[in-house]
Design a protein around this ligand. Structure first.
Ligand SMILES: Cc1ncc(COP(=O)(O)O)c(C=O)c1O
Length: 385
């Protein structure tokens, strides 16, 4: 029998549903604006430029930076991370990062290791997100250029001590790059107060915008080599990419409808309050953890009950492939979750799930209490076989 209700618990992949204001902003952009922003002088092109500027301003308020031009838009967090990593590192540089990184950090690093001889240390992180800082201190070398950490693990939901890592990085003359893919829009963040030199984020997850959007905050004193070269509508007579922000890092016609949607999502978050969103998601995860940990045959990953975490809870049912669990949750109960490997092979080895992968449930701003209760009942039934 087809389930009556559809329950979406895959917010960590992409948020859904999008607020109506996001949809309206995108529709307005497509129907009312034309011309490339920053390129034309007619009214519709100027309007598109104003939308872009407002988006930068809204993000600067949400993420805590003074100059709205210090954000470069990108197509997703992956592109933003590639710009940060490949734009900064040079042959021979050393990087300290964690074992909970997503492949969007690990793969560019491994690529540079192979092609440019950069060196990388991956530090272990506990299920609760703790890192042995004394061990990290010992890893710094004269040529350590960058520390990279995900703010929250996309497998475990734990929150990493990015402020402490930033402080250590600065004490040793290195910069701090944070992967905000699971934290932006879900966790209070202030890049200037937290000492974050670069913050990569997607627009389609916690920011509630559409897919194909994201960005990189870049501290005003950090210089990156652009990874994309082309038209910007500025200094067009020069052969080189202009040295002004954000043009330096934004070649080509931007995704104005997408950016309009992402900005409307950021605005919605400012209106609700990110602390409020965090509390809502945390409380739902506590209900899930409290109930699933009572079930025999369920192995939970990530922080213990009561500890801080974002809206992610991963688990495995004994004697059942996570893909099978996710399939049954979808077909029998109408619950969308993600299963398998979560683009973090070292994270799986840390949590001893390399052989199995895991089922990942992730809640969001609009998840209701009764939806997680349905999930808990469904997992209880499946765990009984
Ligand atoms: C921790 C983390 N980093 C990076 C990414 C990549 O984000 P995107 O798909 O927007 O490039 C993800 C996506 O799931 C993620 O969870």
């Amino acid at each position: 029998m087809e389930p009556k209700e559809r329950i979406y618990l895959d917010y960590a992949a992409t948020s859904w549903p999008k607020p109506q204001t996001v949809i309206d902003a995108m529709m307005d952009s497509v129907t009312l604006m034309a011309g490339s922003p920053g390129r034309g002088t007619h009214g519709m092109s100027l309007q598109a430029g104003r939308v872009m500027n407002k988006a930068r301003l809204t993000l600067s308020k949400l993420l805590g930076f003074g100059n709205p031009n210090d954000v470069a838009f990108a197509q997703n967090a992956t592109m933003a991370l590639n710009l940060a990593i490949k734009g900064l590192l040079q042959p021979g540089d050393h990087v300290i990062t964690t074992m909970l990184e997503h492949n969007s950090v690990r793969r560019p690093l491994e690529f540079l290791k192979r092609t440019q001889g950069i060196e990388v240390d991956y530090v272990p992180v506990t299920m609760s997100g703790r890192i042995n800082m004394e061990a990290v201190k010992k890893l710094f070398r004269a040529h350590t250029k960058l520390v990279i950490a995900t703010h929250s693990s996309n497998l475990l939901g734990c929150i990493l001590p990015v402020e402490e890592l930033a402080q250590l990085a600065h004490e040793h003359g290195a910069l701090m790059l944070v992967d905000g893919a699971q934290s932006v829009g879900n966790l209070p963040l202030h890049v200037e107060r937290m000492g974050i030199d670069m913050l990569a984020f997607p627009g389609h997850k916690g920011l509630l915008g559409p897919q194909g959007t994201g960005g990189l905050y870049i501290h005003p004193e950090v210089q990156l080599e652009p990874q994309m070269h082309g038209g910007t509508g500025s200094q067009s007579e020069e052969p080189e990419q202009p040295n002004i922000r954000p043009d330096r890092y934004e070649a080509g016609t931007p995704n104005v409808p997408g950016i309009a949607g992402m900005a409307a999502g950021a605005e919605a978050i400012l209106n609700i309050g990110v602390e409020q969103i965090y509390k809502h998601e945390w409380s739902l995860t506590q209900t899930i953890v409290e109930n699933l940990q009572k079930l025999s045959g369920v192995k939970l990953l990530g922080p213990a009950l009561g500890e801080p975490r974002t809206g992610i809870v991963s688990f495995i049912l004994e004697n059942q492939d996570p893909a099978q669990t996710a399939f049954q949750l979808d077909r029998k109960y109408g619950i969308a979750v993600r299963a398998g490997y979560h683009c973090t092979p070292l994270g799986h080895s840390q949590s001893q799930t390399t052989e199995t992968g895991a089922v990942r449930v992730s809640v969001g701003y609009s998840t209701q209490e009764h939806e997680v209760e349905t999930l808990i009942r469904a997992v209880a039934e499946l765990s009984r076989g």
